[in-house]
Write a protein that binds this ligand. Structure first.
Ligand SMILES: [Zn+2]
Length: 417
């Protein structure tokens, strides 16, 4: 919908939203992507729905990888035309509203959605495609909350049988969520991606019947009911993504790790559903180099420092896989956005770091130290990021940090992008 066709209240709300965002940026109070949207929604509660109308919308949700997959999908969709996206990770309705208001009249939108808001955002944006990446515990949640989230997604999708779902076949919780039986006995169409599952500890119990889930040879199945891994149409093979036609597409990503190749496979699947030829989308993926500092590589004092963000147990395992065999700094805080309780550290197996030069820092370095001690990982405590840089020889330094610890280090490195 062009601005001129929007209801007066929506036009006013949209203008206020953009103005507040610009003001917020100008006064140095963040990028404005939340406050502008919040004000706009106060004036017009239908603002998000009105701004989404007329666009082809794709939503991306999951516990991990949604910011990266959103960026990759937006890059792939760029083949077809301008794409609105909430690239700052403001992934609740206020952020979506602000992103669409700021982007103006684009034919496409790719929105990262916090998993708790998927139902609301499905209702207001009427997306063509919804991608479901994975579900695992956050810092404070446990398996029970994960099953509840799967049920919420499932209920939400049952209300939208016309949406095309792109879902991870390797995650039993996602598989269950993606296949609701609607009132007419038919749910949304699903395209399955073999996106992998690094973290199994939240899906040993079948969400459908409560029986044990078995895994072997890349398959999983419930021992008590017919729920099992669907056959994926999209797979990852070495450094290639294989499309539903069996064609291998070599993907030269600038982001590390198999998990990002799986994110690329999901992005290509979403883009393909919206009509993007895969071969034209693939080169676009290499344009994505870092996301709000994540995966950024920075040179300082002869060290090449790479930043990896890990916000929850599954994210830590993925970061260990991505980190090169090099000195590694781990930084942990426990401020509000991180969760105040660090007991999740005991959910993560740190033993793959054995034999590596490990440094620890952050507000809760001592909690981390206890955890490493138990796992038999030798480490050195440093008081600051600078001290860590000085303590390692010239060459590579891998940094893995949780949310506010990551932001602290980014600030020290002058807001690297
Ligand atoms: Zn079952």
């Amino acid at each position: 919908m062009t601005d001129g066709k929007l209801p007066l209240r929506t036009r006013l709300a949209s203008t206020v939203s953009r103005g507040a965002a610009a003001l917020s940026r100008a006064t140095g109070r963040g990028d404005g992507s939340v406050i502008g949207g919040r004000l706009g929604l106060l004036i017009d509660p239908e603002l998000l729905a009105n701004l989404a109308a007329g666009r082809q919308v794709a939503l991306i949700s999951g516990t991990n990888g949604k910011t990266t997959t959103t960026r990759l999908t937006a890059a792939a969709l760029g083949v077809l035309g301008p794409v609105a996206t909430n690239s700052f990770g403001a992934n609740m309705p206020s952020g979506h509203t602000s992103a669409l208001a700021r982007a103006g009249n684009t034919p496409y939108a790719v929105l990262e959605v916090d998993e708790h808001y998927l139902s609301a955002v499905l209702a207001s944006t009427s997306p063509r495609v919804v991608a479901l990446l994975n579900l695992s515990r956050d810092q404070l949640d446990r398996a029970k909350e994960v099953a509840m989230m799967a049920q919420l997604w499932r209920d939400a999708l049952a209300q939208h049988p016309g949406v095309q779902v792109v879902a991870n076949a390797d995650d039993p919780m996602v598989t269950w969520a993606a296949t609701p039986q609607g009132p007419a006995g038919d749910g949304p169409a699903v395209t399955w991606v073999a996106a992998g599952q690094r973290w199994h500890d939240d899906s040993w119990v079948c969400p459908r019947c409560g029986a044990h889930i078995e895994r072997a040879g890349g398959q999983w199945w419930c021992t008590g009911c017919p729920l099992r891994r669907p056959d994926p149409q999209w797979t990852v093979d070495g450094d290639a993504v294989v499309d539903p036609g069996g064609i291998r597409h070599h993907v030269a990503l600038r982001l590390p790790g198999r998990v990002n190749l799986a994110n690329a496979a999901t992005a290509l699947a979403v883009a393909a559903e919206l009509g993007v030829p895969v071969a034209r989308a693939v080169p676009r993926l290499a344009e994505v180099t870092s996301i709000a500092g994540r995966y950024a590589t920075v040179a300082r004092d002869g060290r090449t420092i790479r930043l990896l963000l890990a916000k929850n147990p599954a994210g830590w395992l993925e970061a260990f896989d991505m980190a090169e065999e090099a000195p590694t700094l781990l930084s942990i805080n426990a401020r509000d956005p991180d969760g105040l309780d660090t007991s999740w550290l005991f959910d993560v197996d740190f033993s793959s770091l054995r034999g590596r030069r490990v440094l620890v820092t952050g507000d809760r370095a001592y909690d981390l130290a206890v955890r490493l001690e138990v796992d038999g990982v030798a480490f050195t405590h440093v008081r600051s990021f600078d001290q860590a840089v000085a303590a390692v020889p010239p060459g590579r330094l891998e940094v893995i940090a949780n949310y506010t610890a990551f932001q602290d280090i980014r600030a020290e490195l002058d807001r690297v992008n």
